[in-house]
Design a protein around this ligand. Sequence first.
Ligand code: AMP
Ligand code: MG
Length: 341
Amino acid sequence: MKTEIVVNPDDQALNRAAGIIKNGGLVAFPTETVYGLGASALDERAAAKIYLAKGRPSDNPLIIHLSAPEEAEKYAFVDKTFEKLAEMFLPGALTVVLPKKEIIPASVTGGLDTVAVRVPSNKIAHRLIELSGVPIAAPSANISGRPSCTSASHVIADMDGRIDMIIDGGDCDIGLESTIIMSEGDDRVRILRPGQITAEMLSDGGFEVSFDKAVTEKPEDGEKPLAPGMKYRHYAPRARVILVRASVCDFISFAKENTGGGNAFVCYDEYVCAGIPDMFTIGPEKDRTTQAHKLFSLLRKFDDMSNIKTIYIPLPEKDDIGLAIYNRLIKASGYTVTDII
Ligand code: AMP
Ligand code: MG
């Protein structure tokens, strides 16, 4: 299949993209979180094409993207908690799981009786959904298991020749996927996947917040996390990722002692060392928004370096957006954490 690539689309190009969606095709598009791989959420066959293009397991449901929170009641049973969340956080990087209405095919929700609903704030995404006139089912646009795509070049690397169109709208602002929560009624919410809308922000908004175990821990064999996708290995570059629990000082000494031999080290901007050629920075130590923004493109960069066999990364703190970084890295590492003694 020839994939059309459109850079910074005008309305004419977005109308063409909307036409592809309406006719059951696949379009990758930018959002404020990561690039999505979109198809009509009302078209069972189109949704099936997403699973095929990504190599995604069929029990891993898709998030549906809407142009406004008010649209949600067409596809899901909304409650007061959703309405309050929408007022505070939407459009934005928050996905809410709600009981689904019949109009959403079972293939979109992996057979679940719930549907995950999101209203992106990115202007291109918003306009594409509006012009399509249907909700757009869109997982992250990467091949299943790989780091998500935060720029069009990542999407081209994974999806060129597999889908109808790729819209290049530049780098994604946030760079990590949306926070997924389940409404448990009466202003209680459970975080199934952490993201840029943090537990602290939800608490400050007056919500009682709890966490699905899979946010920080490896699901046991046969155990089903509330977000089915959390049980799969994900976000992984080709090289092995090992998280290191150590002070920055100890981490740098460890890097100095182990440089060479296919090892790479991720560190904060302030600590970059001239003597360690395979050291890569992820942003200032205290600026976790920048770290989140750079994470996936850094993990993807390692895939272009065939000499790198093992990537050592400091274990992130688990508060604020650090929890989302922790969650992605712990999965990328296959839950491999080591101490330096
Ligand atoms: P992504 O491919 O990055 O967009 O992943 C979407 C995530 O949303 C996966 O972890 C899915 O398991 C999760 N998800 C989608 N729909 C639902 C749902 N109805 N209930 C719980 N999790 C969901
Ligand atoms: Mg994904």
